[in-house]
Design a binder for this molecule. Sequence first.
Ligand code: PEP
Ligand code: MN
Length: 359
Amino acid sequence: MTSQDSLQDLRSQIDVINMQLLELLSARARVVTEIGKVLTELGSEHYDPSREAQMLTALELANKGPFSNETIKALFREIFRASLALEESQAKAKIRVQRKSADERTIITLPDGVTKIGDGSFQIISGPCAVESYEQMDETAAALNARGVKILRGMAYKPRTSPYEFQGMGEEGLQIARQVANKYNMFITSEIMDKSQIDMMLDYVDIFWVGARNMQNSFLLRALGKINKPVILKRGLAATLEEFMYAAEYIVSSGNPNVILIERGIRTYEKSTRNTLDIGGVAVLKLESHLPVVVDISHSAGRRDIAMPLGRVAKASGADGLMVEVHPNPAVAMSDAKQQLYIPQFNELMDELDKYPIP
Ligand code: PEP
Ligand code: MN
């Protein structure tokens, strides 16, 4: 056999081995996909470093050369990396809140059959930070109603930073909110702190509200997935958009498709605002998800003097609405006194927003 013939023969052997390797890699990838499905069902992390270390040790022990252990480990690490990417991309493709086509959108219709969120309108969600009295709610609601606002904040449980600060009026606050909303034909949204409150709150609220601090309370999210009222979900204080969307997924995958996302600013090093409004995040959420997105111009700012520019930005961003806190006398408000708008300021904001079309 000439050298040329033997080279040809050796290369043919390599071609065959390549095909065998390809088949084995593909078979391995199919098993990995199955594992990925099980992990997703179990709600477990796809990346398991201890399992990876165990496989590398077994390969090292079995390796008889000619490749060094380091080379074998590097090659297999590459296979593990590709497998993990495959598992994750398959898990993501199945996410319900992910937009599957450009025109897919979730439209939420409120009990009057007319008020909608996510239909291309720009909804205003407003009211005081917290219910403090009947008079305070009545005065606020009258002003909001005069500007066509349909969704009223009726916050009765306040997740305050300090346990010594005003914690909300509790069920009495919900009773006031409901009474006032009925008077003006408005809808109540109110924050729920714990799943044990669902049954009681069902009597009072039209839209449940999960605050930033509870965004990753998966037990609460799952329980809200079982009710037939819409849920507002706020982005966590330091949550990535991926974590935010997964939180919404808990509700939607548990059976409730009517989720509204609120961007409320994230923690950054900047101190001049309470949080940093992530307007880029709003654009990404609108692109990646079919759920309605609302911009909170109050908690993202922590101050009322920039409500006007933030309101303009919110409307121009392509969001489905804006959330703003309004109080008849913010100076004496029991919470968030620095950011709640005076009623005349709210009216100026509405006048300003009326000048701009919905993009
Ligand atoms: C709120 O909007 O009432 C609130 C408490 O805000 P966050 O959960 O975003 O801090
Ligand atoms: Mn507030």
